[in-house]
Design a binder for this molecule. Sequence first.
Ligand code: GDP
Ligand code: IMO
Ligand code: MG
Length: 430
Amino acid sequence: MANVVVVGAQWGDEGKGKIVDWLSERADVIARFQGGHNAGHTLVIDGVVYKLSLLPSGIVRQGKLSVIGNGVVLDPWHLVGEIDKLRDQGVTITPETLMIAENAALILPIHGELDRARESAASMAKIGTTGRGIGPAYEDKVGRRSVRVADLADDATLELRVDRALVHHDALRRGLGLEPIDRDALLAQLREIAPKVLEYAAPVWKVLNDQRRAGKRILFEGAQGALLDIDFGTYPYVTSSNVIAGQAATGTGIGPGAIDFVLGIVKAYTTRVGEGPFPAELTDDVGQRLGERGHEFGTVTGRKRRCGWFDAVLVRQTCATSGVNGIALTKLDVLDGFETLKICTGYELDGETLDYLPTAADHQARCTPIYEELPGWSESTEGARTWADLPANAIKYVRRVEELIGCSVALLSTSPERDDTILVTDPFAD
Ligand code: GDP
Ligand code: IMO
Ligand code: MG
């Protein structure tokens, strides 16, 4: 049986949620493996909108197991709030349908505070984070001072973990002019939330390996996008986790051999939210028009997303770093009505042509895009469900994207609705 990893192949918001929801019909288990509630995944099912940040997008389907892996940083209060919100929308969530890795690190209120204090400190260049404590929580994980899910079950351990974190955080907070942490209040908050998290706690690595052995299909749901990866992204304007497909293995405890197909989610143009380099960015009317047609506002923070033409250089690169076997091309309909379209095919840097994004920040900043122009189409592709519904120039555009990135389209999405999706190659096919 095939297991599929879904990863964002740009700067996030490619439409992963919609595609994971669509694919989850074919899967038995849906697992998140990195990030946290910095993600914002929007699903539209028969006109009903579901917004997920922490829970896997498979949660809205009955009869599936949703899993939050150890690679995720988990805000317990947000978790409980998101579960409640979905229950209000009629989604059933029980310890049989949701499992959380016992070894996942927690995001505490002090992480969010630190994240926001750093972002607003005049002396530091802003990253444009979501302010949800993601970076500080991963720092504590690597620094071996996290409170993990399993620690919530034993009060003595919980106190030890909290004390270890406080030594470090109080020193940091002094430097930022923040009040010292109220230890007792933090412990009381954690004791109060503990049972609501522990009911879902499980040895996720074991559950997934057992499921795999039983022939179940696992769909790994990435958050963010490969250009926000801590190693391969536009550092330091990145998130604090590995986002690329390899992380699906370490972020859940299943071996890399379990991954049979990597599906890269690719938007038909480019967007980015937050600071950082963006060679094909359009700050003119065209960028504005893409943003308006694509409703490009962040799900988590409501910020306007920056928009630009499709950048084939970047996607070719992210397809390589994630070993992408096929892509899901989304939001093709947003390009309807443009007379001409442009695709970035290379960069010019100091008189040389590059076919990849260089690593050095000053080089990235000085890369100017080289474009090729393609004819647009005036017909609507919105809601198209077969290739035959697509205008000839839309098909030409898709074919050119495939050629330039060196990867085929497995799925094509033409609206936010679940079923407005064209299947070309089934990623789950054996
Ligand atoms: P994610 O973070 O990758 O899951 O993406 P988001 O949900 O943050 O952003 C994608 C947005 O585009 C959401 O509002 C989706 O409902 C919407 N969307 C997804 N696919 C399509 C599509 O093919 N066409 C259009 N017009 N919107 C889409
Ligand atoms: P989904 O899963 C788009 C961006 C933030 C910021 C940087 C670091 O919806 O695609 P962080 O809070 O993670 O420390 O912020 O990463 N970012 C995202 N951008 N989509 C996301 O998730 C993102 N998650 C983080 O805007 O630039
Ligand atoms: Mg998003």
